[in-house]
Design a protein around this ligand. Structure first.
Ligand code: ACO
Length: 402
């Protein structure tokens, strides 16, 4: 590792690294990835163990505080999050300004940003208590906003949080309960979604997290920073990939069409990529993809979905791609998004909600990273350099001579 900042101070030399493929932008103690071995650790704990034995709120505590909570700490944390799940009634009215067919991610970007207007008593980043309250508010309220975004775009009334339920069951109820009809949360689906949230909770300096850190480095308030991260997550190369992966599986339609799409993905003149394949850091199987695949089977079993044509296409596509020279040579493996779309669809979520669910889970990772940065006394404003390739200095010509 070369300390470029020191080198720059001594020699004026800086690096050119578009896409930050080999530049660390910060030090962090939160998440570790070994992309060659396919390892992912949150605060040192393997993702497989957390997904198998833990729950999402416990993971939130771990990411924020650095250690797993004791039973008393967990009960206190769960209680505090639960108490913050309601959003101010004015925020519900704020929703009425959106077009009814707005994409729920557009609503999320705007409503999370708007939290800084509704909860401006927790925007002073120099006050540790306000920072903590803002963090709690976001972890607790983002799922409520996500469910509201969904309900709004399908024209149903909002369902208020029921705080006797656990975090994920409460979220499922806010999304799927309908007035005057009894709604019972399916514990298998709730556990599966909780696990999906754990898998998405943090992933070190990905594009959206880097966006949060860059926004936060200027001293912007945490709601604004998380809104910036949400906007970045929306893109199909990042959080939008699960939506794109499902659309691709639907487009492929049947196992017979797979070779045609593999050929398209390999064709340099065709912009098509196999969505849900490849990763900037993992050059091996994404460990989250394996857990996701297992979760997909559990959910489909629970729902009694025996023959899902999309799952057939996914399994076969994975099999063919993993034995194809192009994918082997470029180390392209399925990532977490490859199977998550099938699972979320089976649970009843429309594709437009997939990235929203990702945002719900990643909110804690963004906050933990933001908090780590703000608490670091050596923190500086993020200010990348550039290689200028434009015109040399020239004189302004009058308009008639151009
Ligand atoms: N299908 C076909 N070819 C691919 C794919 C793919 N999915 N991904 C990468 N490649 C090829 C590229 O064409 C490139 O080939 P080349 O060396 O001949 O030019 C090579 O593999 C390397 O690809 P890059 O784009 O340089 O790799 P990068 O690290 O920049 O991109 C990314 C990673 C964006 C994830 C890419 O693999 C991709 O677009 N995948 C599909 C979208 C996706 O699934 N995104 C989810 C990421 S995970 C997440 O956000 C949770």
């Amino acid at each position: 590792v070369i300390d470029i900042a020191k080198l720059y101070a001594q020699t004026g030399m800086f690096t050119y690294d578009p896409g930050f493929t080999s530049t660390a932008s910060c030090e962090s103690q939160i998440t570790y990835i070994d992309g060659d071995k396919g390892v992912l650790l949150y605060r040192g704990y393997p993702i497989e163990q957390l997904a198998e034995h833990g729950d999402f709120l416990e993971t939130c505590y771990l990411l924020l505080e650095g250690e797993l909570p004791t039973a008393a700490q967990k009960a206190d944390f769960d209680y505090r999050i639960t108490r913050h799940t309601m959003v101010h009634e004015q925020m519900a009215r704020f929703f009425q300004g959106f077009r009814r067919d707005a994409h729920p991610m557009a609503v999320m970007v705007a409503s999370i940003g708007a939290m800084s207007a509704f909860y401006h008593d927790s925007t002073d980043i120099s006050d540790p208590h306000q920072r903590m309250i803002a963090s709690m508010r976001m972890i607790a309220k983002v799922p409520t906003l996500a469910a509201m975004a969904y309900k709004y775009t399908i024209g149903q009334p909002f369902v208020y949080p029921l705080n006797s339920l656990d975090y994920t069951s409460n979220f499922l109820r806010m999304c799927f309960a309908v007035p005057a009809e009894e709604y019972k949360v399916n514990p298998v689906l709730s556990r599966a979604l909780d696990r999906i949230f754990i898998l998405h909770a943090d992933h070190e300096q990905n594009a959206s997290t880097s966006t949060v850190r860059l926004a936060g480095s200027s001293g912007a308030n945490p709601f604004a920073c998380i809104a910036a991260g949400t906007a970045c997550l929306w893109g199909p190369a990042h959080g939008g990939a699960n939506e794109a992966a499902l659309k691709m599986l639907e487009e492929i339609g049947s196992v017979d069409n797979i070779p045609k799409y593999i050929a398209k993905a390999k064709d340099k003149n065709d912009p098509f990529r196999l969505m849900g394949f490849g990763h900037r850091v993992y050059k091996n199987y994404d460990p989250r993809a394996k857990i996701m695949q297992k979760t997909t089977h559990e959910v489909l079993n629970e729902l009694g979905i025996k023959d899902d044509p999309l799952l057939d296409v996914a399994v076969e596509l994975e099999r063919i791609a993993l034995s194809d020279e192009y994918f082997i040579e470029k180390k392209l493996y399925p990532n977490i998004d490859f199977y998550s779309g099938i699972t979320l669809k089976a649970m009843g979520f429309p594709t437009s909600m997939f990235t929203v669910l990702f945002a719900v889970a990643r909110t804690v990772g963004w906050i933990a990273q933001w908090k780590e940065m703000i608490e670091d006394p050596s923190q500086k404003i993020g200010r990348p350099r550039q290689l200028y390739t434009g015109s040399a200095q020239r004189d302004y010509p009058p308009i008639g001579r151009r």
